[in-house]
Design a binder for this molecule. Structure first.
Ligand SMILES: *Cc1c(COP(=O)(O)O)cnc(C)c1O
Length: 349
């Protein structure tokens, strides 16, 4: 195969990832701190994230599907992996073959695992108010789970990123279930839940977004470091005359004679049109290049008039601070990360 250099790359900061995990682990108190690495590690690369976090002591990982779990084989020594979406009838072969636990989400799945799980351990999700996945609290009581080898009993917070009464209500409901259902460990908090305080940590926390540089709540601001730095290469630098327009729909007109840097990036890479808001842009050697005009499928334009000697082949660093970019674009920090496409080469630094 010919090696083709990519004109798009994500610089991924290993030290920032590790520092974020360590901060979340410290905030988790005596609870173990795991990692949600579904959606290919929020698009950074699940295997790369797992390797880096395992090296600093993280032992508990969560993916969404059995396909994601299978792609992570073989697991590093001593690592536990759970599949959040549970075990459907068509998942049983994978579930019996892989050294991975299902998170049982319904009475049907409990019955299926009792019947065909050969006594192997599982996790169980209890729905304490989100009404997405999991057994209802009343379904979990009264002995339905007796005899299962429950490694971790989970629930998931619906509004942890807000100061909502639902947080205390879910905490109370989870405590009640914990009294009634024996399990080796109990786990409630995602990234935002960790910020809510030690009461929410129980035995095991499951951060995702904050590992990757997202700020789930104000408590994390100033502690969570940016991990993902998207960069794109300049394809062409062109001069436009005052009054000429740039791009589809001619939405940007040059107020003066301008230099335009056209780069290899577009909505097909997850860089959507909604990024083209007032203060979006990139930088090159410390100089700001405002984004101009509409984002195309594979191309994007910047005003490089103040960017000195920028030229074809130069790398532009996109402004991609997650909380700020989320506000600007109207996308969530989760959408910003998981949308970053396959054409970015992932380069860990
Ligand atoms: C995705 C997910 C997490 C991680 O959530 P973040 O908000 O990214 O920290 C934790 N638990 C469950 C069940 C999840 O689905």
């Amino acid at each position: 195969m010919i090696q083709v250099p990519s004109p798009l790359r994500l610089r991924l900061d290993s030290n920032a990832l590790i520092a974020n995990w360590r901060w979340l682990a410290a905030r988790s108190g005596s609870a173990a701190c795991g990692a949600a690495i579904k959606a290919d590690g929020y698009s950074l690369g699940a295997r790369s994230v797992m390797r880096r976090l395992t090296a600093v002591g993280c032992r508990d990982f969560f993916v969404a599907t059995w396909g994601e779990a299978a792609a992570l084989m073989p697991l590093p020594e001593g690592v536990s992996l759970s599949v959040l979406h549970g075990v459907g009838a068509s998942d049983m072969i994978a579930a019996r073959t892989l050294p991975v636990r299902p998170v049982l989400n319904s009475l049907e799945q409990v019955a299926r695992w009792r019947e065909a799980g050969e006594g192997r351990p599982c996790d169980v999700m209890i729905d304490t108010g989100m009404n997405r996945l999991g057994l209802r609290v009343e379904e979990a009581l009264g002995g339905t789970l007796n005899g299962l080898r429950i490694e971790a009993l989970l629930s998931h917070l619906a509004s942890a990123d807000e100061d909502s009464d639902q947080n205390a209500a879910q905490l109370a409901a989870f405590r009640a279930v914990r009294e009634a259902v024996p399990a080796r460990r109990y786990s409630l908090a995602n990234s935002a839940g960790i910020c809510l305080g030690r009461d929410f940590a129980f035995d095991l926390t499951r951060p995702g977004i904050a590992l990757y540089g997202g700020t789930p709540r104000d408590e994390a601001a100033g502690h969570i470091r940016q991990v993902v730095y998207p960069e794109t290469r300049v394809l062409q630098v062109r001069e436009v005359v005052a009054g000429e327009s740039v791009g589809y729909g001619a939405t940007w007109t040059a107020p003066r004679n301008s230099r335009i840097a056209v780069a290899n990036l577009g909505y097909a890479d997850g860089f959507l049109r909604c990024h083209a808001a007032a203060d979006a842009g990139a930088s090159w050697q410390g100089r700001a290049l405002p984004l101009i005009g509409r984002v195309s499928m594979d191309l994007i334009a910047f005003d490089a008039s103040d960017a000195g000697a920028i030229d074809e082949g130069d790398w532009l660093a996109l402004d991609y601070d997650l909380p700020r970019t989320a506000v600007r674009s109207g996308l969530s920090q989760y959408e910003l990360l998981t949308g970053l496409g396959a054409r970015f080469e992932r380069i860990w630094i």
